[in-house]
Design a protein around this ligand. Structure first.
Ligand code: UD1
Length: 358
């Protein structure tokens, strides 16, 4: 059996690592890895391969940056000859980035079954490029591997047959459990001079938060009550860095401390020890739920509702009043502890590998 996995952007690397490791346990399975090159900086790509022990990609398509359409089209054009030459039995794609949708469409058009890891998530907000990617990818996938019951319901509502839906759990949490201990020896807290539970962590990179003039500055101003009380460590995504340079200027509060993007282990250690996370990332909503750390999501919606209903996540948008109330709840100690969602047990990738091989 020949399986070809396609990854392109930072969260993809975190998700594919346990799937490739699980597939390696089947000696009859030949696995190939294609990197589209959507993310290419050392600290956005290679450091994740190294730390998460992901094998070197067999092929790098080198697509680089561009508009969503240009990036998607380049992946499609460059992947098609690879699929024609390799003729895999199945193509695995993960998450919801442009590389995910592009690869899924090419595989489906090449008559190769697609397996989508993290299928069925919906924010119901089609202004998010990821939402379009999710819908397209699931529409052409033969195997939809899901992380939470809402995803199963979304797929069923879109007419996906029950036998295509496989509720397996969360591969991002597989990686978190696998590397938690190793991350604990990171010295990032000492390097940054912060103490456990006496700092917050901020990440912002969604186009809706960072691409429009003024919105990034407004988001940074909205978190001032927290930044005035404790250091807020802010590893800055390249997209956000461009906007900071272009028009948002220096963050309002001197408590916000900018760093370059961090590696997986350092970032996990920061999350595990933070008083809270402030984020517009999807993955961080899940990781904080698994860690039991409060998460304030700077978005109006989430495609991962279980992190709110069972976990430690609260949607605060960019609303300064909602952020102030959340900060009050944190200080009073009334934030929900949350619980680990069903099947977020570190074994999701094994279930996926087992299903594909069967
Ligand atoms: C992409 C994903 C998003 C994911 C995020 C994780 C899509 C639609 N979006 O967003 O879902 O949460 O990755 O990081 O696929 N850049 C660099 N170096 C790099 C990569 C990017 O400088 O290694 C800069 C480029 O200027 C680029 C910009 O960042 O134009 C945005 O990169 P892109 O891959 O288009 O989207 P992300 O914002 O990273």
């Amino acid at each position: 059996m020949k399986i070809l996995a396609v990854v392109g952007a930072r969260p993809n690397f975190v998700k594919i690592a346990p799937v490739l490791a699980a597939l390696r346990e089947y000696p009859d399975v030949e696995c190939m890895l294609v990197h589209t090159g959507q993310h290419y900086d050392g600290n956005m790509s290679q450091s994740f391969f190294r730390e998460l022990e992901i094998p070197e990609p067999d092929v790098n398509l080198g697509v680089g940056s561009g508009s969503g359409t240009a990036q998607t089209a380049e992946v499609m054009l460059r992947l098609e000859p690879v699929l024609s030459a390799e003729r895999p039995d199945v193509v695995i794609v993960v998450g919801d980035v442009n590389s995910t949708a592009a690869a899924a469409i090419v595989a489906a058009k090449s008559d190769v079954p697609v397996a989508h890891v993290e299928a069925g998530l919906r924010s119901f907000d089609r202004t998010m490029p990821e939402e379009i990617n999710r819908i397209l990818t699931d529409a052409v996938s033969t195997y939809c591997f899901t992380t939470e019951p809402a995803a199963n319901a979304n797929l069923a509502a879109e007419g996906v047959a029950a036998e295509r839906i496989h509720y397996v759990g969360n591969v991002m949490i597989d990686t978190l459990f696998r590397f938690r201990e190793k991350a604990a020896s990171s010295t990032i807290l000492e390097t940054l001079g912060v103490s456990p539970r006496e700092f917050a962590v901020l990440t912002l990179h969604r186009p809706s938060n960072v691409d429009h003039p003024g919105t990034l500055a407004a988001a940074l101003a909205a978190i001032a009550p927290i930044a005035d009380a404790m250091p807020v460590i802010f590893p800055v995504h390249p997209r956000t860095r461009q906007r900071l340079r272009a028009d948002a200027g220096t963050p309002a509060s001197p408590g916000i401390r900018l760093t370059d993007p961090l590696g997986y282990l350092d970032f996990l250690q920061l999350m595990a020890n933070a008083r809270c996370l402030l984020t517009d990332s999807g993955g961080i909503q899940e990781e904080t739920t698994a860690l039991g750390v409060p998460c304030l999501t700077l978005r109006q919606n989430t495609e991962r509702p279980i992190t709110v209903t069972e976990g430690t996540n609260r949607l605060v948008g960019g609303n300064p009043e909602a952020i102030r109330r959340a900060w009050q709840d944190l200080r009073r100690g009334t934030w929900p502890q949350g619980r680990l969602p069903e099947l977020w047990d570190g074994k999701a990738a094994h279930r996926i590998a087992g299903c594909l091989v069967r």
